[in-house]
Design a protein around this ligand. Structure first.
Ligand SMILES: [Zn+2]
Length: 349
């Protein structure tokens, strides 16, 4: 990738792993926001501010204030909330964000009580034992109603579970199971923590090289994306462009893969902005950034959330290829590097 300040790969990966290991289901994102804020504080050109909604916004003065720009990525992830304490002391959950229950079956989890006490457990099918339920274990359709949390605590009644401090409405985070292996990063919630790391690493690349962005920038770390309205607010009125950084969707018929960054030209919300897309494609060509162009069939982004909220800006979407999205995800360092370099190229253009 030619002509760009270097990305500190070790820094990017270490930050990503720490962020992945910081639980942040939508609605319970304060620890992740604190981590991003703490990490960005070392770059003294940034002026950090928390929005009332709980997002983190960083203002970054550029060489010019002619066409202010924004970048956004989200720290919130899929997760769940306690819906009901059952008579047997186990928990029924309600999902936060869109995922299929089979993708979290058997997963370890943490319940966060109202005073942030943590209780461990796992998510299982009610009829989980083959020795008791035979073929029902494979035949039962996975829905919220037939799944339950088995707490690692001695409880067999609703009362005993309540005594642990658990109540309806407590947040539940599924274990990310982060593993870095042979250049691959395998974890839940690479959507969208990978892209938060991409932006932070791009900031460091400019900082280390003693460079400023070409235009005034707003970096927006949103905390309600998985439920559709994350980046609907939090940008300055004068902002002209917003590049959303979020994962690329892989699968049959998709061009995206784990070794490239992708420019998404259309998703469930329709086409993105043609001329901003043209510029991003040109930058990728110019700097030989490994990239793909793709369409995501079942997907919405925070850029569209801002459009829907009335944002009068050009919006584009780029991001690293993430395999098995909203499931046990995986990407590769190559895709992360491509994405960060693309951001750097955009910042300097
Ligand atoms: Zn996402």
């Amino acid at each position: 990738m030619s002509g760009l300040p270097e990305i500190d790969q070790e820094f990017m990966l270490n930050f990503l792993v720490e962020l992945l290991n910081t639980p942040s289901p939508t609605g319970f994102t304060h620890h992740a926001i604190t981590l991003v804020s703490k990490t960005l504080k070392q770059f003294d050109q940034l002026e950090l501010e928390a929005t009332r909604k709980g997002a983190l916004v960083a203002r970054w003065p550029g060489e010019s204030s002619h066409t202010p720009r924004g970048l956004t990525a989200h720290v919130d992830t899929l997760g769940a909330m306690v819906k009901e304490i059952k008579g047997n002391g186990r928990l029924k959950l309600t999902n936060i964000g869109g995922f299929a229950w089979n993708t979290v079956e058997g997963e370890g989890l943490t319940v966060f009580t109202n005073d942030e006490k943590q209780i461990r457990g796992s998510l299982l099918l009610e009829k989980s034992s083959s020795h008791v339920h035979g073929s029902d274990v494979s035949k039962t359709e996975r829905k919220a109603d037939v799944m339950e949390v088995r707490l690692d605590a001695r409880t067999s009644s609703e009362e005993e579970t309540r005594k642990l401090g658990i109540e309806v409405g407590d947040f539940v985070a599924f274990d990310p199971r982060v593993e870095v292996s042979n250049g691959f990063i395998r974890s839940r919630h690479l959507d969208d923590k990978a892209c938060v790391a991409n932006i932070v690493a791009a900031v460091k690349a400019l900082h280390d090289a003693g460079l400023k962005p070409a235009q005034d920038m707003t970096l927006h770390f949103s905390n309600y994306e998985e439920v559709g309205h994350g980046a609907s607010v939090g940008f300055p009125e004068e902002m002209a462009e917003l590049v959303t950084v979020d994962m690329a969707a892989l699968g049959n018929g998709q061009t995206s893969d784990e070794f490239h960054a992708t420019l998404c030209v259309k998703d469930s919300g329709g086409p993105y902005h043609f001329s901003l897309n043209q510029r991003l494609r040109q930058l990728a060509e110019e700097h030989q950034i490994p990239h793909k162009i793709d369409i995501y069939p079942y997907y919405g982004s925070d850029g569209e959330a801002y459009w829907r909220a009335g944002g009068d800006v050009a919006v584009s979407l780029i991001g690293p290829g993430v395999d098995a999205s909203h499931n046990y995800e995986r990407t590769h360092m190559d895709a992360l590097l491509a994405t960060s370099n693309w951001i750097v190229a955009y910042l300097l253009s």
